[in-house]
Ligand binder design. Structure first.
Ligand code: SF4
Length: 254
């Protein structure tokens, strides 16, 4: 029987989802978190274009795309569905594409199965590993379980010596303090991530409509937080991404 996966669509050509490569982006549905500032509400809630789709159909679309060198699997949370591992295996065995996943780090057991198939792994580190994590992902009562799972993911990644990126979204009044970013940067250093990205929150079709009234953090604040992170990450590339200026690398002052 053909395997189906809950899938919302493919963006054929992206220059920002796989470093230095032209990639296709595959959007999978479902997510265990409810980050109030999330801009992918339809994917999270399995709504909109989400529908069970044969993996064959996705593979065929990727094979027909002669321009790309890589594919990025994102969501929602792509490791929420067990069928994702089959999708990764099929891409790896049937194409020459480099393979990356953007994950929130919650499904550490499935990550173990996925990692041998990947060339690049991006995970969110959304907050310091304490009760703040629950607040930031919109599930304050579940913070302990979430932190345990994220810790497990970080431990697995410590032993994975490929390109790996950690990401934090800067959201006003939720996660925008220097001391929090410094704590996260120390974790990033401990795991040995090759890249740390601070992304600017955007008030656009947020999961909690109240967040549409909140202003994005300024590029100046983003740079300041980037510099605070870089202090702890001399060997890791640190970058910020803003709507105003795109990607900017934060360099150590000489
Ligand atoms: S921002 Fe949060 S809720 Fe939205 S897809 Fe990512 S982890 Fe899920």
């Amino acid at each position: 029987m053909m395997t189906k996966i809950n899938f919302a669509g493919i963006v054929d050509n992206s220059t920002i989802d796989y470093p230095k490569k032209l990639s296709a982006v595959v959007y999978l549905c479902g997510c265990p978190y409810r980050c109030p500032w999330c801009q992918n509400a339809e994917l999270v809630l399995n709504a909109g274009n989400c529908k069970p789709t044969e993996i064959d159909e996705i593979i065929d679309q990727l094979k027909e795309n002669f321009l790309i060198q890589a594919v990025c699997i994102t969501g929602g949370e792509p490791l929420m569905q067990r069928e994702t591992v089959e999708l990764l295996e099929r891409i790896k065995s049937e194409t020459d594409l480099l393979l990356k996943i953007d994950s929130n780090g919650y499904f550490s057991e499935r990550l173990r199965e996925a990692l041998p198939l990947l060339d690049f792994f991006t995970t969110d580190v959304k907050a310091p590993l304490n009760e703040r994590y629950g607040e930031v992902v919109g599930l304050p009562d579940q913070w302990q379980k979430i932190v345990e799972r994220v810790e497990m993911t970080l431990n697995i990644l410590k032993r994975w010596n490929h390109q790996k990126e950690a990401r934090t979204t800067i959201v006003p009044d939720l996660i925008d303090r220097k001391e929090d970013i410094e704590k996260i940067a120390m974790l990033v250093d401990d795991v040995g991530f090759t890249l740390y990205t601070l992304q600017q929150f955007r008030a656009d079709r947020t999961l909690d409509p109240g967040y549409e009234r909140i202003q994005s953090p300024s590029p100046e604040l983003m740079r300041e937080l980037g510099r605070a992170a870089k202090k702890h990450l001399p060997k890791t590339k640190v970058q910020i991404v803003t709507q105003q200026n795109g990607f900017e690398e934060i360099k150590t002052k000489t």
